[in-house]
Design a protein around this ligand. Structure first.
Ligand SMILES: Cc1cc2nc3c(=O)[nH]c(=O)nc-3n(C[C@H](O)[C@H](O)[C@H](O)COP(=O)(O)OP(=O)(O)OC[C@H]3O[C@@H](n4cnc5c(N)ncnc54)[C@H](O)[C@@H]3O)c2cc1C
Length: 338
């Protein structure tokens, strides 16, 4: 096998019955690289759909929805003389949704962690989060964060990330594949809001399944159809679930009255605010939540288990009084301006 780093800037196509077949990649140097199968793993900024139509191929149908979040991430390292703070959530670090802003701590290696603070793109005063001192002051007020920040030092600037959209591309139409010889996988096929942490597992799963099916497929059409049969329904369900939660969170953060403890009003917010939050109090609920978050179960499984939703309601009612206080929006904004 030859590994050749290069920038791809287009593709060459030819007809394959009713489909379009990609038979070469065009590199940024102008070199045309023929091949049997092209795997598009170029991530959420994938441009292959545009290249395909520019080369005379079909316009691949795709659906998008706004994530409605600007990310402000900063990496920290826990100082040598301090033990790591104790885990407080399934992913280890504190996380939460304040009803106008969300945050999450992701654990790294070598005593590092990353704090992501997420604000709505339309909530412009929170854009001061890009300023390190303002970020630090606001971070210290987030529920559960103080013990982490007290023992750690920043090892990166504040890293803003925006323009986040959930995107789902389709490569098979009603009568068969629209394109053959080109297989978009991972984020290039389906990109979802990083908060849900589906992307890496799905990308690896796509890659493994594609390698397996490519070994057995009788031709390019068979491969396109069999890969689609394995991954398309799951990708669509995840895209829909993430889009639904993003839409409901945008309504909540815009000030629309919503009872997040009412699964009838919003199942996505009920799961996020209630079921995920209290899951550690019940082994069966914890397992179901972990399997949903980790991509092991179909996303629709947990919402279809009423006995676990009931248990979540009960646990929530028992523990809500002990939840840390949420800083009001005005307090966090005041901290930003110092
Ligand atoms: C802040 C953040 C937090 C996340 N947290 C999690 C998490 O906790 N768990 C989880 O599962 N997922 C998480 N994700 C999502 C996860 O990172 C992605 O879903 C995953 O990396 C997608 O893998 P991929 O291989 O499809 O694409 P990528 O990892 O994006 O790789 C694409 C590669 O293609 C290259 N490339 C692009 N264009 C070209 C070109 N024209 N020519 C040549 N090369 C090109 C890029 O340089 C890149 O190396 C997170 C994402 C972000 C942004």
């Amino acid at each position: 096998m030859t590994y050749r780093p290069a920038i791809v800037s287009g593709q060459r196509v030819r007809p394959n019955g009713p489909a379009t077949h990609v038979d070469a990649a065009v590199l940024a140097t102008g070199e045309v690289l023929p091949g049997d199968l092209f795997v598009d793993a170029s991530g959420r900024g994938a441009r292959t759909a545009g290249w395909l139509s520019a080369a005379g191929g079909p316009l691949l149908p795709s659906v998008t929805s706004e994530c409605g979040l600007l990310y402000y991430s900063r990496h920290y390292r826990v100082r040598e003389q301090h033990p790591m703070p104790r885990p407080v959530s399934l992913l280890g670090g504190p996380r939460g949704d304040l009803g106008y802003l969300a945050f999450a701590v992701f654990l790294g290696d070598n005593r590092t962690f990353c704090l992501c603070i997420m604000a709505a793109p339309w909530d412009k005063p929170f854009r001061s989060l890009r300023e390190p001192a303002a970020y630090q002051r606001a971070a210290a007020l987030l529920p559960g964060l103080a013990p982490w920040l007290e023992v750690a030092e920043p090892i990166s600037p504040v890293l803003p990330m925006g323009q986040l959209r959930n995107t789902l591309h389709r490569v098979v139409g009603a009568t068969g594949p629209l394109v053959t010889g080109l297989m978009p996988i991972g984020d290039a096929r389906c990109h979802t809001n990083p908060t849900f942490a589906f992307g890496a597992s799905l990308s690896l799963w796509h890659a493994v399944r594609l390698a397996d099916l490519a070994d057995r497929a009788s031709d390019h059409t068979d491969l396109a159809m069999s890969f689609d049969a394995e991954i398309a329904a799951d990708a669509t369900a995840r895209f829909d679930a993430v889009s639904a939660e993003d839409a409901d969170r945008a309504r909540l953060w815009s000030g629309q009255p919503m009872d997040v403890t009412d699964a009838e009003a919003s199942m996505p917010l009920f799961l996020r605010f209630v079921a995920y939050r209290v899951a550690a109090g019940d082994p069966e609920l914890l397992r179901a939540v972990a399997r949903r978050i980790d991509g092991l179960d179909p996303v629709e499984r947990l919402p279809a288990l009423p006995h676990l939703l009931d248990r979540a309601r009960t646990l929530y009612a028992q523990s809500v009084a002990t939840f840390p206080e949420v800083p009001p929006r005005t307090t966090l904004l005041a901290a930003l301006t110092g």
